[in-house]
Design a protein around this ligand. Structure first.
Ligand SMILES: C=C(O[C@H]1C=CC=C(C(=O)O)[C@@H]1O)C(=O)O
Length: 424
């Protein structure tokens, strides 16, 4: 399949201005009801709205095409940026398909971006308007919260999904592969339209340690950082291996059990190894912890490894940009498996659904090449046609020894992240 792009070249604004803001409005509170763009953690990050430019792309070479598009577009802008930190000046938000060759990846350049980093807040505006005039906020009142939510099975009912997990465990036992990540979807219909602003605010309040993201109707709070690039410094937070939360002493027992679980440790190791293998050729140095630590969230606990590296001045294909690096590392074994080709084929065979942009890279990129991409997990795709409905996703790493009922329970704990935002 060849790459297909839908662009609106005439919409590119010639001027982009960034100014520092004297006060610190809550970022998510600035978002309008439609077209919200977000990448926020602990009150810092970026929000955006309006559309100065857009690229939709799929096919082999999709990310290389997107990188060339952003390089062209950002180079053509007349930029006045007095803040000059990662995320100031021109920015593009991106949500990349799990399989960029088959699915559609979306890149949106907002008309307005408000960012905060280390306590400094700025506003970037495309066009000639005075940036300060663009902060009026959305006068549309929040609609009432849903009072009724109806859930329905997605592609597979729970019993069929457990059958798929059992099938994967058999294939792993046959020696075909070491790990595969299997996901399922859940459909929700509310009695009123779902409001992005309310959902993002609730996700951010409940999951301050996660990145609350929204791009083109895909929103969630992800705990996993695929890759951050600041100058030549690279960092990632690899997650794989999960335990449920318990109460009191039971919670401590579950945490200790996760750190000692051979099954979860091997699942985690495969995810770390896949990132390191892909990143190593691009780096002069990579630092990988000896073993994982625990990341504790309200709904689950994960094994986590923070990996850091320094990018080579020149490497494979010259000086790689962030999208080249994302292309090289995705999909890691946190969302696909080992070896990736066999795992990908098994995912297509067993899941019976199109992942779309779930488990794909999501984040932002600026004109200097700095940016952050997480993996789109603990998320839902809002339905464009019917704003009362959404599709939630959750997946689990399957290795030798995985028990289908326990994996099903793990997906339920992961769904609970978005369900809490819908239900509270
Ligand atoms: C694929 C998902 O989680 C991944 C990230 C953290 C832990 C995982 C696990 O323990 O299976 C998964 O690899 C998901 O949340 O949908």
């Amino acid at each position: 399949m060849t790459a297909a792009a839908v662009t609106s070249p005439d919409a590119v604004a010639p001027a982009v201005t960034t100014v520092e803001l004297p006060d610190s409005p809550g970022l998510l509170g600035l978002l309008p009801s439609a077209g919200a763009l977000s990448w926020v953690r602990r009150g810092e990050g970026l929000v955006g709205w309006g559309e100065a430019d857009r690229l939709e792309v799929s096919g082999p070479g999709a990310l290389a095409e997107a990188a060339a598009w952003w390089a062209d577009r950002s180079a053509a802008l007349d930029v006045d940026d007095t803040v000059r930190v990662p995320g100031s000046g021109p920015v593009v938000f991106a949500s990349i398909a799990f399989d960029p060759a088959a699915g559609t990846s979306v890149f949106v350049v907002p008309e307005v971006v408000v960012g905060r980093r280390d306590g400094v807040t700025w506003l970037t505006a495309a066009g000639d308007a005075d940036p300060r005039d663009l902060l009026a906020g959305d006068p549309t009142p929040l609609p009432p919260a849903p009072t009724r939510l109806r859930y329905a099975d997605g592609a597979l009912d729970p019993a069929s999904w457990c059958g798929a997990v059992a099938g994967a465990v058999r294939r792993i036992g046959d020696g075909d592969l070491a790990k595969v990540v299997l996901a399922r979807d859940l459909l929700v219909t509310a009695d009123v339209p779902l409001d992005t602003r309310r959902l993002l605010a609730r996700l951010a309040a409940r999951f301050p340690d996660c990145w609350t993201f929204a791009v083109d109707g895909l929103l969630g709070a992800t705990p996993e950082l695929l890759l951050r690039r600041t100058g030549r410094q690279l960092s990632a937070r690899v997650l794989a291996g999960t335990a449920p939360r318990g109460a009191g002493a039971d919670d401590e027992r579950l945490a200790a059990g996760l750190l000692a679980s051979a099954k979860d440790l091997s699942e985690h190791r495969l995810a770390v190894d896949s990132l390191v293998r892909a990143l190593d050729p691009f780096c002069t140095a990579l630092s990988v912890p000896d073993g994982p630590s625990l990341l504790t969230l309200p709904n689950v606990r994960h094994l986590a490894s923070d990996v850091t590296g320094t990018q080579r001045r020149s490497g494979p294909g010259g000086r790689a940009g962030l999208l080249d690096l994302v292309d090289a590392v995705h999909p890691t074994a946190a969302v696909c498996g080992t070896p990736p080709e066999l795992a990908n084929a098994l995912i297509s065979e067993l899941e019976d659904m199109d992942r779309g942009r779930y488990a794909g890279p999501v984040g932002w990129l600026d004109a200097r090449g700095d940016g952050e991409f997480g993996l789109a997990l603990r998320c839902a795709q809002l339905d464009e046609q019917d704003p009362r409905t959404a599709r939630l996703f959750a997946g689990c790493g399957i290795v030798a020894g995985s028990v289908p009922a326990a994996e099903l329970a793990e997906t339920q704990s992961k769904f609970a992240a978005f369900q809490a935002a819908l239900e509270s």
